[in-house]
Every structure is written in C-alpha cells, then in structure tokens.
Design a protein around this ligand. Structure first.
Ligand code: 5GP
Ligand code: MN
Length: 345
C-alpha cells in the first residue's frame, strides 16, 4: 500500500481534464506555459503537448517564462517556443489572444515569475497538468497527481485519454521521454512505476531512440561545467553526518567566476546523496535579488514540507525548492540553525 506521494488527486477545486475536451472540438488558439527556470520535464511536457495540439489542428504558442538550459536546446519544437524574457511583446499578445491556457509542471502562478500577473488577470479557461503537491485553487480544469513521475507522463496519459495514442510520433516521444527521464533520475527514483516503463516501451515501439536523448542531456557538458563540478565537490561540499545531511552553498561571485550558465548547476544537489548515510541534500545559490534553495531527500524526510515551512517554497516529497530574500551569509546561517533545531534523520 503506498503511503506517500502516490495515488491521490486534487480534483476538488477544478473540473476533470476530460471535461476540457468540449472546449477543443474546433481549432482554437492555445497558449501553453510552464515554470520559470524550466527543466527537462517543464520543456518536454510543454513541447510534447504543443506537437500533439498542433496535430489536432489548433494554433498553439508555447512560452517559457525565461531562458532554457543549453542541454535542452536540441528538443523538437524549441524553435517555435517564445522566451518571455526575450519576446515579451509577442508572448503577451499570444496570451491575450488565446482562447485556452494550459499550465504545465507548476502549481502556483508565482512559479512563472514574470507571467504571474498576466495569468492572474487572464479570463480564458485555464487547464492544469501537474504533479506537485498542493496546487492553488486557481484552475478551471485539470489534473494534479503527485503520484505521477513527471508532467510528461501525465501529458502521455492525457493524449491516451483523448483516444489519440496513434498520433504520438517521434517528436512527441522525444519531448515526453526527456521529462520522464530527467524527473526520475534516469528511472531510478522510487516514483518510477510500472506504468512509466510501459509508457517508455510504447514510445520505443513508436521509434524513440532513447540513447540520443541521454547523450544530448548528460553528455553535452562544456569543459568549464565539468571543472566547476570538480571545484564544487572538492571545495564547497559540506557533509554533516550528525544530520545525515550534505550542503553546497555557492555565492554569486563563484557562479560568475566559473561563468556558470543556466542549467550548469542542474544535478549538483544530488551528489551528496550518493554518499553512504546522507539522506538530505541542499544546494543554496545566490541568484538575482534572492537566494535559491534546492532540496533533495531519500526516504522519509519530506522536503516539500520543509521548504514550505521555512523557505517559502514547495515541490515534491523528495525534491523541492525555495527562496529567501535575506542576504546569502545570513540565509546559510539560518539554514544551519534550522538544521540543528530539527535534526533530520
Ligand atoms: P529544483 O530544485 O530543481 O529547482 O526544484 C525541485 C522541485 O521543486 C521541482 O519540481 C520544482 O518545480 C519545485 N520547486 C522549486 N522551487 C520551488 C518553489 O519556490 N516553490 C514551489 N512550490 N516549488 C518549487
Ligand atoms: Mn516535473
């Protein structure tokens, strides 16, 4: 019997996603967006849905709230996507002229940063597809399943619910595989269910070349990124066996010194968890006008609850994020104080 993170949905405040099909019987102008600092699941699900809806005859504009990491630059459909930070006028116009809005892989408008106010003001029907805990009650239709590995898996399910499995081509398969792979840590996290493997088998039958995607995402580092990783592990990783915890805290100056690009810090937070006995890992980075947290855990320590309680964040049971507006040094001190107070195990 699953005890956490699985099997329950939050239909209560929105109509089931199946009901939204009635809105899309004829070609519609559709706006799709995802969270700021998008990862593989965010971009994969957005573009997977984009390809599918285009095949259904709709006019679709996918909009990322900001820059996408270099390791996703190859993904099919990326050329059709707008970056709100660069194409503000076109993205705003697409939102205003759209008849339906899809929101993927986030559960609170604030996760889209600059798009928050526009989404709040928009009166078109809004549809959510997401797997984070505790969605805000602001969507008209949707599906929220924290037991799902990824939003990409949910887009796959959505296409199947619509009876359109045969429309899944290699572009859609590559997009959806990307998010499932990245959100499951290459199929190793406990959230990787039999349904995930069944989905991947179906994508393989449809012609997916999975090794191409692994190469694009994991074997496309710059030499600089690899050296930065070396520096981080050698000089910056703090292991605190007393709390079964690991911490990496990086200042703005260090990120600049190593010319760190969007996406170069992806995965850093996982390293401490590869050390025997470490069950809670934190990455703190000084970015823009705030300090950003990434939390990961193994087993029973709920980092979604931890980040919601202390760092204005949220996410999943074993992977979450948060932020602080106080300065970097005080934030790191405060984090260590909380660690000593709560003594995670
Ligand atoms: P990451 O550490 O990769 O930035 O985020 C880990 C997970 O937590 C992702 O699923 C992400 O969407 C979610 N997350 C990250 N930051 C926040 C936040 O500030 N608020 C909420 N609600 N979720 C977050
Ligand atoms: Mn996700």
């Amino acid at each position: 019997m699953p005890t956490r993170n699985t099997g329950y949905s939050f239909y209560c405040h929105m109509l089931p996603i199946q009901d939204a099909a009635a809105l899309m019987q004829t070609p519609k102008k559709i706006f799709i967006t995802t969270h700021h600092k998008p990862d593989g699941d965010a971009i994969g699900s957005m573009l997977g849905l984009y390809h599918y809806l285009v095949k259904k005859g709709h006019h679709v504009t996918p909009v990322s709230p900001g820059e996408i990491p270099d390791f996703l630059s190859w993904i099919p459909g990326v050329a059709h996507m707008l970056n709100y930070e660069e194409d503000r006028a076109a993205a705003t116009q697409a939102l205003e002229q759209s008849e339906i809005i899809f929101c993927l892989d986030f559960n609170d408008y604030s996760r889209t940063k600059h798009l928050e106010a526009l989404l709040e003001a928009a009166t078109q029907p809004k549809i959510l597809i997401d797997h984070h805990l505790f969605p805000k009650p602001v969507w008209d239709y949707g599906i929220s399943l924290p037991g799902k590995s990824s939003t990409c898996e949910m887009v796959y399910d959505y296409i199947n619910i619509c009876g359109d499995n045969q429309l899944i081509d290699t572009d859609i398969a590559e997009c959806l595989y990307t998010g499932v792979m990245t959100d499951t840590g290459s199929f190793r996290f406990s959230i990787t269910t039999a349904s995930v493997h069944e989905m991947i088998a179906d994508l393989k039958h449809k012609g997916l070349e999975h090794s191409f995607i692994h190469e694009q995402i994991y074997d496309s580092w710059s030499a600089n990124r690899m050296k930065f990783l070396g520096y981080v592990l050698m000089e910056k990783m703090e292991i605190m066996p007393k709390y079964n915890a690991g911490l990496i805290a990086l200042t703005r100056k260090e990120l600049k010194l190593f010319n760190v690009h969007t996406g170069d810090t992806e995965g850093l937070v996982n390293y401490p968890l590869s050390i025997a006995g470490i069950r809670f890992s934190t990455l703190i980075t000084e970015r823009g006008d705030e300090v950003k947290f990434s939390f990961r855990s193994k087993g029973d320590f709920d980092v979604s609850d931890f980040s919601r309680k202390y760092f204005n964040g949220g996410g999943h049971f074993n992977a979450s994020g948060g932020r602080s507006k106080t300065n970097f040094i005080e934030t790191v001190d405060n984090f260590k104080k909380i660690l000593s107070d709560i003594h995670p195990r």
